[in-house]
Design a protein around this ligand. Structure first.
Ligand SMILES: [Zn+2]
Ligand SMILES: [Zn+2]
Length: 128
């Protein structure tokens, strides 16, 4: 069982499953959306995500016509994203997880935007 919340705590969720794979994405969209060096997320089943509190505070922002980034409109924490053409999949923003096991990333995407000073060497990291 995975639990998480946004920074202000209005949005709380549970994920009724395990997180088996995680990915770090350095694309400019993720950098700007997170205000940070990368996004850390996991592709999960939408049906297993339960918003326990604050669902009306979740706002969807469509940066691209088929992709929504969903965040708490009170504090701005990114919670997950999804694509219109993949309605059963969400990509949970793993910095919001407060309880549960998070595996090291399996994959890095858009490493051309990875800053040189950042050294990440998880055990099984393959894509470089
Ligand atoms: Zn919040
Ligand atoms: Zn990205």
């Amino acid at each position: 069982m995975i639990e998480g919340q946004c920074l202000c705590g209005i949005v709380k969720y549970q994920y009724h499953g395990e997180i088996e794979k995680t990915i770090i994405c350095y694309c400019k969209d993720c950098q700007m959306a997170q205000g940070s060096l990368f996004g850390w997320n996991s592709a999960l089943q939408k049906s297993k995500l339960e918003i326990l509190n604050g669902i009306k505070f979740l706002k969807e922002y469509f940066h691209r016509s088929n992709k929504a980034r969903v965040f708490c409109q009170e504090c701005g924490s990114p919670i997950y994203s999804y694509r219109i053409d993949l309605p059963n999949v969400i990509r949970l923003r793993l910095g919001t997880v407060t309880h549960g096991k998070l595996p090291s990333p399996d994959e890095q995407a858009y490493v051309e935007y990875k800053p040189d000073f950042l050294l990440i060497r998880p055990v099984n990291l393959s894509t470089e």
